[in-house]
Design a protein around this ligand. Structure first.
Ligand SMILES: [Zn+2]
Length: 212
């Protein structure tokens, strides 16, 4: 199914200083890294030559699992590169298919930021919360989306270990937003056509204000 991104960000991409970002991420993560963090004792954040940029090739596809037995890309390197890119772009979550990879994986901001491979949602709270959301694939677009207040999830870390976690509030929201991406669903699918059109107009206005 073809779907067009309604607003294209035509600003030239800023060059990414991985060295600098690497230090920053290390400062942030040092001292409070648990088994879902990207950094463990002895693992250094290094420069990565993985070229990450926004691509929509697989954005609306249901993605296959990440195959840890035969990895198409180094999962740890990819996780680091995606966290660095996400932070550079000012996002708090980024799915693999937003940057041209077709497998179930995303990174989210947190303490520390972490990478999620092959997630499943095992429980969703029936309590829904409505909040504004943005998405790096839709620059300037903000949509009010209803989501469960808390979730229980299962996923693999970059080393293939299975993790079970509960999230509430913003971390649950980000997890659900990114999880949707892996099913080829994005936040524009979560609102009415009218609501989307109004939000797109506002986004265009925001865009022209920013460039004029
Ligand atoms: Zn998104």
């Amino acid at each position: 199914m073809e779907k067009k991104i309604p607003i294209i960000d035509d600003k030239p991409a800023k060059p990414i200083d991985y060295t600098d970002m690497g230090l920053k991420i290390k400062e942030t993560l040092d001292g409070r890294v648990d088994n879902i963090g990207l950094v463990e004792d002895g693992i250094q954040i290094k420069e990565t030559d993985l070229d990450i940029s926004l691509k929509d090739d697989y954005l609306w596809d249901v993605l296959p699992k990440f195959d840890f037995d035969n990895p198409p890309v180094d999962p740890e390197q990819l996780s680091m590169a995606m966290v660095l890119y996400m932070r550079e772009q000012g996002g708090i979550g980024l799915a693999a298919n937003q940057v041209g990879y077709n497998f179930k994986m995303f990174v989210t901001e947190g303490e520390p930021a972490f990478a999620v491979f092959n997630p499943t949602i095992t429980f969703q709270s029936p309590n829904l919360v409505m909040l504004d959301e943005g998405c790096l694939s839709y620059p300037n677009l903000l949509l009010k989306v209803n989501r469960p207040a808390s979730i229980r999830v299962r996923f693999q870390d970059p080393f293939g270990n299975w993790i079970t976690r509960q999230f509430a509030g913003m971390s649950a929201r980000v997890f659900l937003h990114e999880y949707d991406h892996l099913l080829g669903v994005d936040f524009t699918d979560k609102v009415s056509k009218l609501k989307l059109e109004m939000a797109q107009k506002k986004a265009k206005k925001r865009m022209s204000n920013a460039t004029s």
